[in-house]
Design a protein around this ligand. Structure first.
Ligand SMILES: *[C@@H]1O[C@H](CO)[C@@H](O)[C@H](O)[C@H]1NC(C)=O
Ligand SMILES: *[C@@H]1O[C@H](CO)[C@@H](O)[C@H](O)[C@H]1NC(C)=O
Ligand SMILES: *[C@@H]1O[C@H](CO)[C@@H](O)[C@H](O)[C@H]1NC(C)=O
Ligand SMILES: *[C@@H]1O[C@H](CO)[C@@H](O)[C@H](O)[C@H]1NC(C)=O
Ligand SMILES: *[C@@H]1O[C@H](CO)[C@@H](O)[C@H](O)[C@H]1NC(C)=O
Ligand SMILES: *[C@@H]1O[C@H](CO)[C@@H](O)[C@H](O)[C@H]1NC(C)=O
Ligand SMILES: [Cu+2]
Length: 594
């Protein structure tokens, strides 16, 4: 379901929902052999993945890098281009998988890069080639999708420009870009171990927040002296390291900039501000939105935005530098805000004379966040959702205890990715690959108190998946609840693979299937691939199951997904042609290859 907008050029592919069946099937098959089916070109990238010492917040750590860079290299193509990434895994003992966040992978679901779902992991020493089309202009990113590899720094930006000769829907003179992240000093591997240990060890709040991979930790807080550091007893911390030099955004007076923002945080929701500058929101997750002027912007993990900023002709007070900040929102902040510097002209990036702006609202002011979410609506001309749905699924999000270990479950099932990825398992009818019973489409809600910790905190591990009839319209209601802690309910940003969905509404409390749908926004709901589920609330979304494949839909908090907070659904598997052999060879596909 492409976000088709009326002012886009005619050469843009028709949204699949408007195509006749034969046309769609033809496209599915053809897309794999013909590169740049819409006349785009093929962009090749050669990546070497390896561990690397890096000091993103001045504290040295081992990260997963691409071509020795952190963040990874930016992919920049035009709409309709084919992206080819040849990825060599040089890490001696760790496998990898890369996900192209926001790419719909129509006709190439096997290159979606989702561990346990679309492909086998790329083992040490192996080279894997991803090949897919950049279907829709917008701001995107890529990140590791195996275990907690995003937390290890394995990500970068993916920007798709409008087609050649096509005008953007808005004008600007220059472009800036920031990838936002949160950062831990403990390794991703150690964090992962803690999450399945008994007693359970939570990852805790991040040590730093980063902008474009740069932050600043207070080195005095790293205990021990030079002797300990020399002995390897404490990490190196050097506040003069170039790698943690603050990010500088440079503008020329009087010009207008498009600032691309994306959050790849592992845990934190963020609030972004530029001191004394408003931002006009124009794009969200690769879809145009009605322009809205904001002085701060919430970003949930997995979301991306474009905002326009106008540089003053004469900055107030003759100032040349301003603060750019990101605060933790939605969790009790224990991390100092991320800081970057906006600089006018070609002068030095000196520290602004003012104090950085404070957070615009209390961390737990859900009403504030909800108000902003509701301000984001689709740009006029965006394809509206189907007027009704064929099926409604209510997904209760709960925190549970299974065999003494804390997990998250959806309708009482805590997802465990199987050793045989779902896509080949479905395609080849591998009955033993996963549990083929259909998971519940709702939870016995009448007796469930979402405001209290569950009375019976047990849940089940599972591999069941939802199967949707091809081209059917599905409503999903995400229902939040209390966690295992009294009076605590967390924000969960949910991200869908393979589709954009329309966000029909948000509500507080328990969703009422009789009453609440009457207030759904069917007029101008925004098309997104990620949406927040607020504490004690519900979020409703609609999508058309018209992209053959098996797809993840999960909480984008890295640790939560690792603890089982996600579902997998499939549609149109019968319309898929050959799966590339390179995506198989693990689990049951080891001995069973077509
Ligand atoms: C897909 O579904 C829509 C309604 O939701 C319908 O109008 C259209 O004809 C269907 N297309 C195919 C290819 O089945
Ligand atoms: C860094 O930490 C030390 C020790 O707690 C403290 O005295 C100092 O003020 C901190 N520096 C900054 C810039 O916060
Ligand atoms: C930001 O926009 C608001 C509302 O349009 C306006 O009142 C305010 O003065 C603007 N602030 C700046 C710094 O331009
Ligand atoms: C928000 O959290 C603060 C503590 O940081 C607490 O004092 C306050 O009561 C909370 N507000 C709400 C609405 O829960
Ligand atoms: C969830 O699963 C647990 C463990 O099997 C079970 O005890 C509990 O009754 C289930 N809850 C519901 C509502 O099905
Ligand atoms: C939880 O919240 C309720 C309602 O706000 C309050 O009455 C109760 O004291 C709180 N319990 C704890 C343990 O904070
Ligand atoms: Cu979550």
């Amino acid at each position: 379901m492409a976000a088709s907008v009326a002012y886009r050029p005619a050469r843009r592919p028709l949204p699949a929902s408007l195509m006749s069946k034969p046309v769609l099937y033809a496209m599915v098959v053809v897309a794999m052999v013909v590169s740049g089916a819409q006349g785009g070109s093929v962009k090749h990238y050669k990546w070497k993945v390896d561990y690397q010492y890096w000091s993103p917040d001045c504290v040295e750590k081992v990260i997963i890098s691409i071509n020795g860079q952190y963040p990874g290299p930016t992919i920049r193509v035009r709409e309709g281009d084919t992206i080819v990434v040849e990825m060599e895994n040089l890490m001696p003992t760790e496998a990898v998988i890369m996900h192209w966040h926001g790419m719909q992978q129509r006709g190439t679901p096997w290159y979606d890069g989702a561990g346990g779902v679309s492909q086998c992991a790329i083992n040490p020493g192996e080279t894997f080639v991803y090949r897919f089309q950049a279907e829709k202009a917008g701001t995107y990113f890529y990140h590791g999708h195996l275990g907690l590899q995003r937390t290890a720094g394995f990500y970068g930006s993916l920007i798709v420009d409008v087609g050649r000769g096509v005008q953007e829907a808005f004008e600007y003179d220059g472009e800036l870009s920031i990838l936002l992240n949160d950062w831990w000093h403990r390794s991703a591997i150690e964090q992962g171990l803690g999450l399945y240990s008994d007693p359970f060890r939570w990852v805790g709040e991040p040590q730093s927040l980063l902008m474009e991979g740069r932050g600043k930790y207070n080195c005095s807080l790293v205990s021990g002296g030079d002797a300990e550091e020399a002995a390897g007893d404490r990490p190196r911390c050097d506040e003069t390291n170039k790698q943690c030099k603050p990010l500088v955004l440079r503008v020329q007076p009087g010009l207008k900039y498009r600032l691309r923002l994306a959050s790849v945080t592992s845990l934190s929701s963020l609030n972004f501000q530029i001191e004394d500058h408003n931002m006009t929101l124009v794009e969200a997750d690769g879809n145009y939105v009605e322009e809205v002027v904001l002085d701060n912007l919430n970003l949930y993990s997995g979301e991306s935005y474009s905002v326009l900023i106008e540089a003053y002709k004469q900055p107030p007070g003759g100032r040349k530098t301003f603060w750019v900040t990101a605060h933790v929102q939605g969790r009790l902040p224990k991390t100092t805000p991320a800081l970057a510097i906006l600089v006018y002209g070609d002068g030095e990036a000196t520290t602004p004379v003012s104090s950085p702006p404070l957070a615009p609202a209390a961390w737990n002011d859900t009403a504030f966040s909800l108000r902003q979410s509701r301000m984001i609506v689709a740009k006029k001309g965006t394809i509206p959702p189907p007027a009704s749905s064929d099926q409604q699924i209510i997904l209760l999000n709960t925190q549970n205890r299974i065999n003494g270990v804390i997990k998250w479950a959806i309708n009482n099932i805590s997802l465990v990715p199987p050793t045989t990825p779902f896509l080949p398992a479905l395609k080849f009818g591998l009955k033993l690959a996963f549990d083929h019973t259909i998971p519940p489409v709702s939870y016995p809600m009448t007796t469930y108190d979402i405001f209290s910790p569950p009375k019976n905190p047990n849940a089940n591990f599972g591999t069941q998946i939802y199967r949707f009839p091809f081209n059917s319209t599905v409503d999903i209601i995400l229902q939040n609840a209390n966690s295992l802690t009294v009076n605590n309910s967390e924000v969960h940003p949910w991200h869908m693979h393979g589709h954009d969905f329309w966000v029909l509404g948000y509500g507080h409390g328990k969703f009422n299937p009789e009453v609440d749908p009457q207030a759904f926004n069917l007029k101008n709901p925004p098309l997104r691939n990620t949406v927040p589920l607020y504490p004690y609330g519900w979020t409703a979304l609609r999508f058309v199951a018209n992209n053959p494949g098996a797809w993840f839909f999960h909480c984008h908090v890295e640790a939560h997904l690792h603890m089982g907070m996600g579902i997998v659904f499939a549609e149109g598997i019968e319309h898929l042609d050959r799966l590339p052999r390179s995506t198989m060879g693990c689990g049951l596909t080891k001995t069973w290859l077509p």
